[in-house]
Design a protein around this ligand. Structure first.
Ligand code: CTP
Length: 414
C-alpha cells in the first residue's frame, strides 16, 4: 500500500489574524489524523480570533507567538523552528502578512520565520474582496509567486463583512490537497551563486510569446482548429510585462483581452503566426505556448463548399514548425527558447522526445487529456524538461504557473 504523503511530515502552520483562523482548527485535526506533526505559530492578531490553548490542545504541540522569548530561544531558536519543518503554511494569509512577506519585513515571530526559512511556503489568502482585489495586494501576490511561494486561491462567496466576491479562505480540504501536491514535488531552496531577482533580469528585455490556436481555413466559413484557449500564453505575457519586460504576444483567435502594455499581434493561421514571429525578432526570450495546427488545407476553397452528395477530399499539408525553426536559427537566436508540449498519453517519453526534436532550451509539458480539464480551465499541471532532466510542478492556477515560469526563465538569462 502506498504511504500517505503526510505521514511523518512536519508542518509549521502560521495562523494569521483573520476570521478564517477558526478553519485552521479543522485543518490541524485533519493533518494530525493523517500522521503529520503540526507546530503552530500565532501572530498577535491571530490571538484575537483563536486562543493558544485551543491550538496547543488540538496540535498536541507547544504554540509559539513571541520572537523574543528567552525560554523559546533556549529551547528552539526561530531559525531552527523554521528549518525543522518540511513545509510552512500561512493560513489565513492576511493582506498585512502578504505585504510583509513581499517586502521581507521581519518584525515579529511569524514574519521572521518566513524570511529565515529554506523550505517551501504555501499561503492561503483570506481578506475582504476589496482588499484582495486592491492593486497593492495583487502586486504583492505577484511578487510572492515570483519568489517561489505557493498559494491556494481564495474562494468566492459571502464574506464575514457581508460583501460578496473572492477573498474567502480556501476550505481546509483544499489547503491540504495543495500541501500534498507541494510536498510531492517541492525541493528545499538552495542559494544560487549569484542571485538577481526576476525584475532585474527581465527589465528592458524583449519577450516574444505565441498563444492560442491557429485557424486553418477550409473555405471562407469553415476552418480546422483546436481546443487551446490561449490562457497560459496570455498569463505568461502578463507575468513578463509585470516583471518589466517588453512583451510581444502573437496570438491566434481567442476570447481573451490582451494584458495591459503588451504588444498584441493578432493572427489566424500558422503561416501568419510564423510571419509575425519572424517580424517580432530579435527577442531575448521566445516562448511558444501556441497550439499551432500541424496541417493546413493545401488549397482552401474561395467560396463556401456546397454539399454534392459526396464528402469533399481535403488534402492536408504540414505547417512550418515555428518553434523548431527559431530554435535552430544560426544568427540572432533568442537567448532562451521555450516550447510547450501538450500530450494526451506517455507524457514523459513524448515530451522528452519533443524536447530533443525541437532543439529548444526548456520544454514545458502538460497532460491535456480531456479528463485532465486543462483546455479553457483555470488550472494546469506542468513538468519542466531541460538539460538537467525532468521536474514536476504541483497543480496550480495558470497565472501562478506563469509567474513561476517567468521567474525560471529569467534565472536562465545571462
Ligand atoms: N509548434 C510550433 N509550430 C508548429 C507546431 C508546434 O511552433 N507548427 C510549437 C508549439 O507552440 C509548442 C511545441 O511546438 O511549443 C510543441 O507543439 P505540439 O503541438 O505539442 O508538438 P508537435 O510538434 O505538433 O507534435 P505532435 O503534434 O506530433 O505531438
Amino acid at each position: 500500500m502506498q504511504q500517505d504523503i503526510l505521514q511523518n511530515k512536519r508542518i509549521l502552520l502560521i495562523i494569521g489574524g483573520g476570521i478564517a483562523a477558526y478553519k485552521c482548527m479543522q485543518m490541524i485535526r485533519d493533518l494530525s489524523r493523517r500522521g503529520a506533526t503540526v507546530r503552530c505559530v500565532l501572530t498577535r492578531a491571530a490571538k484575537e480570533f483563536v486562543t493558544p490553548l485551543t491550538v496547543a490542545g488540538l496540535s498536541g504541540e507547544k504554540v509559539y507567538d513571541q520572537l523574543f522569548s528567552l525560554t523559546d530561544e533556549a529551547e528552539m531558536g526561530h531559525i531552527k523552528l523554521s528549518r525543522d519543518a518540511d513545509m510552512l503554511v500561512v493560513a489565513p494569509a492576511t493582506a498585512n502578512i502578504m505585504a510583509k512577506m513581499a517586502h521581507g519585513l521581519a518584525d515579529d515571530l511569524a514574519s521572521t520565520l518566513l524570511l529565515a526559512t529554506d523550505k517551501p511556503v504555501l499561503i492561503a489568502p483570506s481578506m475582504n474582496v476589496r482588499m484582495w482585489l486592491h492593486n497593492a495586494t495583487q502586486r504583492n501576490l505577484h511578487q510572492l509567486l515570483s519568489d517561489g511561494i505557493y498559494y491556494v486561491d481564495p474562494n468566492e462567496g459571502t464574506m464575514a463583512c457581508g460583501e460578496y466576491g473572492p477573498g474567502r479562505m480556501a476550505e481546509p480540504f483544499q489547503i491540504i490537497e495543495k500541501i500534498e501536491q507541494v510536498l510531492a514535488v517541492a525541493k528545499p531552496k538552495t542559494l544560487p551563486e549569484t542571485f538577481r531577482p526576476m525584475q532585474t533580469k527581465l527589465e528592458g528585455r524583449h519577450v516574444l510569446i505565441t498563444a492560442g490556436p491557429t485557424h486553418e481555413p477550409i473555405d471562407p466559413v469553415r476552418y480546422i482548429a483546436n481546443r487551446s484557449s490561449g490562457r497560459q500564453g496570455y498569463a505568461l505575457a502578463e507575468a513578463a510585462v509585470k516583471a518589466g519586460a517588453s512583451v510581444t504576444l502573437v496570438s491566434g483567435p481567442v476570447d481573451l483581452a490582451a494584458p495591459a502594455n503588451v504588444k498584441l499581434v493578432k493572427v489566424k493561421t500558422a503561416l501568419d503566426m510564423q510571419k509575425a514571429v519572424n517580424a517580432a525578432l530579435p527577442a531575448d526570450i521566445a516562448i511558444f505556448a501556441a497550439a499551432v495546427a500541424d496541417w493546413r488545407v493545401a488549397k482552401s476553397a474561395g467560396q463556401k463548399l456546397k454539399k454534392t452528395g459526396e464528402a469533399p477530399n481535403l488534402t492536408l499539408i504540414e505547417n512550418p514548425d515555428i518553434l523548431k525553426s527559431i530554435s535552430h536559427m544560426q544568427d540572432g537566436r533568442p537567448e532562451l527558447v521555450v516550447g510547450f508540449a501538450a500530450e494526451t498519453e506517455n507524457l514523459n517519453e513524448n515530451a522528452a522526445a519533443k524536447y530533443k526534436r525541437k532543439g529548444c532550451d526548456i520544454m514545458v509539458a502538460n497532460d491535456v487529456g480531456l479528463d485532465k480539464n486543462v483546455f479553457g480551465c483555470e488550472e494546469n499541471t506542468v513538468h519542466i524538461i531541460d538539460k538537467n532532466g525532468f521536474e514536476n510542478w504541483p497543480k496550480s492556477t495558470k497565472s501562478e504557473i506563469a509567474v513561476k515560469l517567468m521567474a525560471l526563465f529569467a534565472e536562465r538569462l545571462k
